[in-house]
Design a protein around this ligand. Structure first.
Ligand SMILES: Cc1cc2nc3c(=O)[nH]c(=O)nc-3n(C[C@H](O)[C@H](O)[C@H](O)COP(=O)(O)OP(=O)(O)OC[C@H]3O[C@@H](n4cnc5c(N)ncnc54)[C@H](O)[C@@H]3O)c2cc1C
Length: 308
């Protein structure tokens, strides 16, 4: 057996899937195949699998919920790891959480514990790990300021504890976003604040209701572009008359112009073409270049950058 992916798959057994389709695992329903797909559900197996991949010298692509990345149509020649390591504990005002835990149900649970600080995340899809990398936020809240400490696996495979400042959080960024350095977040400690349970519940309901009114359903990556200082990407796209603009199966939502929807059969090439068209037309109209909020995974570049 000369193919290194087959050799690794044989060693990993049931945990590994060769030549796996990625699109069904993504929020937008786009992406080719992975040479090898692994989905660890416990921290020990995640650490062990990362070690195995490093030892085999194969390129690694590590993701959480795949809700903020556009995967290439040609797929990824490497090992794709999807983090499903769950578990959390409320301890006074502190929340200890594994990085593969989904953030939205956790936000809802803060009401039961009468804690405020995370309610904004009630409709944000994806994992805690992904939220830390992109400093996820909504309604004036974001995760960065809540992070007291985190446990990471270094690119060399050592377990390292860091405090929140290590991440250099900024608007929808941290030092890990797109860095390609190969750090893996294993868990985080979030510091919340005591609050009246009813007030937290009211905030949760308000945010859910607001989303229902203002954001489309369907296959999407959420906001495609960052909001420029003092304005909203969605407002600019709408004002440029681009709602409903389409490339292949991807269309600018009529409900929220910063959301692109995969109406069926959309590809990464369609998505990128639509992004480009929107950037150019907003530039023509307002003299402003919209920067992507989503992460665009380029197969060739990523292999070179992230080969651990
Ligand atoms: C409908 C919809 C609404 C959304 N609304 C919002 C919103 O209001 N606010 C907001 O901020 N975002 C929003 N998003 C974007 C997205 O939900 C967030 O960015 C989310 O935090 C991404 O998490 P994920 O687990 O899906 O990350 P992924 O998309 O899987 O990965 C994103 C990046 O993080 C890295 N990564 C993931 N986990 C780890 C880890 N454990 N260690 C190291 N690196 C890791 C990946 O390598 C990748 O580079 C929305 C998306 C959708 C589809």
């Amino acid at each position: 057996m000369s193919d290194p992916y087959r050799r690794l798959a044989a060693r990993l057994g049931e945990e590994a899937q060769l030549d796996a389709r990625l699109a069904p695992f993504t929020a937008i329903g786009i992406g080719g195949r992975a040479a090898l797909l692994v989905i660890p559900r416990r921290r020990e197996s995640l650490v062990r699998l990362l070690g195995e991949v490093r030892e085999a010298g194969l390129p690694l692509y590590f993701f959480g919920g795949l809700t903020n990345v556009l995967l290439p149509d040609e797929g990824l020649r490497g090992v794709v790891m999807l983090n499903r390591v769950r578990g959390h504990r409320f301890d006074g005002t502190v929340l200890r959480v594994e990085s593969g835990e989904m953030i939205a149900p956790l936000a809802r649970r803060t009401a039961r514990h009468a804690l405020e600080g995370l309610a904004w995340a009630v409709s944000v899809p994806g994992t805690i790990g992904g939220a830390l990398v992109g400093n996820a936020g909504a309604y004036g809240g974001e995760i960065g300021p809540l992070v007291e400490e985190a446990t990471l696996l270094s690119p060399q495979g050592e377990v390292v504890a860091v405090d929140g400042r290590w991440f250099d959080f900024a608007y929808r960024r941290s030092r890990l976003k797109g860095s390609g350095e190969g750090w893996t977040i294993l868990s985080a400690v979030l510091r919340l604040r005591p609050a009246a349970r009813e007030a937290v519940e009211a905030a949760l309901n308000r945010y859910v209701e607001h989303r229902r009114r203002t954001q489309p359903r369907g296959r999407t990556l959420g906001s495609t572009f960052k909001n420029p200082p003092g304005d909203y990407a969605g407002r600019l796209i709408d004002a440029a008359g681009l709602k409903g603009l389409r490339r292949g199966g991807i269309v600018v939502s009529e409900k929220h112009a910063n959301f692109f929807i995969n109406e069926g059969g959309g590809t990464a090439a369609d998505y990128l073409a639509l992004m480009r068209e929107v950037q150019e037309r907003v530039m023509e109209r307002f003299g402003l270049w919209l920067e992507p909020e989503i992460e665009i995974i380029d197969a060739a570049a990523e292999v070179a950058a992230r080969g651990r």
